[in-house]
Design a protein around this ligand. Structure first.
Ligand code: CIR
Length: 271
């Protein structure tokens, strides 16, 4: 594994956003994928929580483009997995789950509208956006059941000419996505579960660990001057507040039933 570069090459890249793309939950949401069955999400509650999430993005200074529900794709509300957005650059990804493979093509017109052109990865590879953590220094790609080495390599090749360096890491075994276990807090800081922090993925970063039993808090997002954190993680919230972050707490109980969290529900970018 190459060392992390030691300087913020792209200040603000990971947390300064003006725009976001989100998609309404599908009426087929109850057929969404999940590792453990904790009951089906309730569509009306999911819609209300999604609306609150979008309102929080707007309040943080982000203009949200809301795409229509896609009933043919039960997991399509988790729009982050189908694309990667940088200032002036959109990459259509290759979601690793068979039922989600087609989401990238359906998302493409929205990306074209926002970015003009869209770069594609080769068909044979798999990369879920949930496995891609963008910091101000580099792009970490977690190998997982959804993201393969060929996908990480083709993403590295795609991003290199744009000045973004990719570093491959391992998504912990049994964890859906790299960002199920970590989030960038901007600058040189990350929030991570103890198990991911212990894997040594973050050399040179300031790591704030989630509190014991609050691992799901790691799927957070820094949005401009605020950190969005899922409700129900009071001790992790205390740690973040003690470190000086202003929190927006959001209840995403219905997304959590499908292993989704704050990062998955939008594509955020400056532009
Ligand atoms: C899935 O298994 O693909 C969805 N049920 C959850 C996707 C969550 N996305 C994310 O963490 N980026």
């Amino acid at each position: 594994m190459p060392d992390a570069p030691d300087a913020a090459l792209h200040p603000g890249l990971s947390c300064r956003f003006t725009r976001a793309i989100a998609r309404r939950p599908a009426s087929s949401i109850a057929r969404g994928l999940r590792a453990v069955d904790r009951g089906d999400p309730d569509l009306a509650l999911f819609e209300a929580q999604h609306a609150a999430y979008r309102a929080a993005l707007e309040a943080a200074g982000v203009s949200v483009t809301l795409l229509p529900a896609l009933d043919a794709f039960p997991d399509s509300v988790f729009v982050e997995d189908a694309a990667l957005c940088f200032p002036g650059l959109a990459v259509a990804l290759r979601p690793g789950a068979a039922s989600r493979r087609g989401e990238a093509a359906v998302l493409r017109p929205a990306l074209e509208a926002a970015f003009g052109t869209v770069v594609e990865l080769p068909e044979a590879v798999s990369v879920d956006g949930g496995d891609v953590l963008v910091t101000d220094r580099e792009v970490l790609v977690g190998l997982s059941a959804r993201t393969d080495a060929a996908g990480a390599a083709s993403l590295a090749e795609t991003l290199a000419p744009h000045g973004y360096r990719v570093r491959r890491v391992a998504t912990p075994a049994g964890v859906l996505h790299l960002k199920s276990d970590c989030a960038t807090l901007g600058d040189d800081a990350v929030l991570a579960t103890p198990r991911l922090a212990a894997a040594g993925c973050f050399p040179g970063y300031r790591v704030i660990e989630t509190a014991e039993g609050e691992e799901a808090a790691a799927n957070a997002i820094r949005v401009n001057d605020r950190v969005f954190l899922a409700a129900g993680h009071p001790r992790t919230a205390e740690r973040l507040e003690a470190a000086g972050y202003a929190l927006t707490i959001l209840d995403l109980s219905e997304a959590a039933k499908l292993d989704g969290g704050l990062s998955c529900l939008s594509l955020r970018f400056a532009g």
